[in-house]
Design a protein around this ligand. Structure first.
Ligand code: DC
Length: 224
C-alpha cells in the first residue's frame, strides 16, 4: 500500500494546483480524479448525450475504457486508448462531468482505477469523495475550500487568461450550481470526512496552503 494523501473540496478551491505541488515536494504521484470524470463526460458528449437524454449515461458508460499514464510525472488520461488531455478543461465538459459523475454506474466504473493507483503508488489524490469513499484509510485527509466569491474570482482570471469573456456573476452562479449538484447527489456527495483537516484557502496564497498541508503530513508521519 502506498502512502496516500486525499484532498477533497469544491470546484475552484485550488485542489489541482496545490495537490500537484504537494506531490512534487514529496516525490509522490499526483492523481487528478476530476480528469477521469471529465474524460467520461467527453465520451458522453461525443456519443450525443444531452440534458434531454441523460438517462443514457449509465447504459453507455461501459463503453468508455479510461486509463492513466504518467509522462514526466504528468497525468495523461486515455479514453479508449486516445490521449484526451487537451479536451478536458472546457466549460462544456465540466458541466457534463458534474451531471454524469452523479450516476452510480459512472462512479463504480472509476472506483477500481483510483484505488489501484493508490495501492501501487505514493499518491496525492484530489477529488470529491477521496477521503470519504475511495480511500477511507488515507494517511492524511484534507478538505480544501474557499468562499464561492473567491473561487469565482480565481476562475474568472483563468478564463480571461484563455481569452474568454464572462461576468463574475455568471461564473459565481455556475460555481454555486455545481456545488449544489456535487454536494446533494445521492451517491458519494462532496462532504468533509470526519477525520479530514479543514483548510480554507480564501485568505491564503498557494504557497501557504502547500506549506500547511506539508506540515500536517509531516506531523502525521512523525507521530506514526
Ligand atoms: O475537479 P473537476 O472540476 O475537474 O471535476 C469535474 C467534475 O467531476 C465535478 O463536477 C465533480 C466531479 N468529480 C466527482 O464527482 N468526484 C471526483 N472524485 C472528482 C470529480
Amino acid at each position: 500500500m502506498g502512502c496516500n494523501i486525499a484532498i477533497d473540496g469544491p470546484a475552484g478551491a485550488g485542489k489541482s494546483t496545490i495537490a500537484r505541488r504537494v506531490a512534487g515536494e514529496l516525490s509522490f504521484i499526483y492523481v487528478d480524479t476530476g480528469a477521469m470524470y471529465r474524460a467520461m463526460a467527453l465520451y458522453m458528449i461525443r456519443n450525443g448525450v444531452t440534458k434531454e437524454n441523460e438517462d443514457e449515461i449509465e447504459k453507455i458508460c461501459e463503453g468508455a475504457r479510461i486509463s492513466i499514464k504518467y509522462v514526466n510525472k504528468e497525468q495523461t488520461v486515455l479514453l479508449n486508448g486516445e490521449n484526451v488531455n487537451a479536451y478536458l478543461r472546457t466549460e462544456e465538459v465540466g458541466k457534463m462531468a458534474s451531471v454524469s459523475s452523479a450516476k452510480p454506474a459512472v462512479r463504480a466504473h472509476l472506483l477500481a482505477l483510483q484505488r489501484t493507483l493508490a495501492a501501487e503508488n505514493d499518491v496525492v489524490m484530489d477529488g470529491r469523495d477521496i477521503g470519504t469513499t475511495i480511500l477511507p484509510d488515507a494517511d492524511v485527509k484534507i478538505y480544501l475550500t474557499a468562499s464561492a466569491r473567491t473561487r469565482a474570482l480565481r476562475r474568472l482570471q483563468e478564463l480571461k487568461e484563455k481569452g474568454q469573456e464572462c461576468s463574475l456573476e455568471e461564473v459565481e452562479r455556475d460555481i454555486i450550481e455545481r456545488d449544489e449538484r456535487d454536494m446533494n447527489r445521492e451517491v458519494s456527495p462532496l462532504c468533509q470526512a470526519e477525520d479530514a483537516v479543514l483548510v480554507d484557502s480564501s485568505e491564503m496564497s498557494i504557497q501557504e496552503v502547500v506549506d500547511e498541508i506539508l506540515r500536517i503530513y509531516r506531523e502525521k508521519v512523525d507521530r506514526a
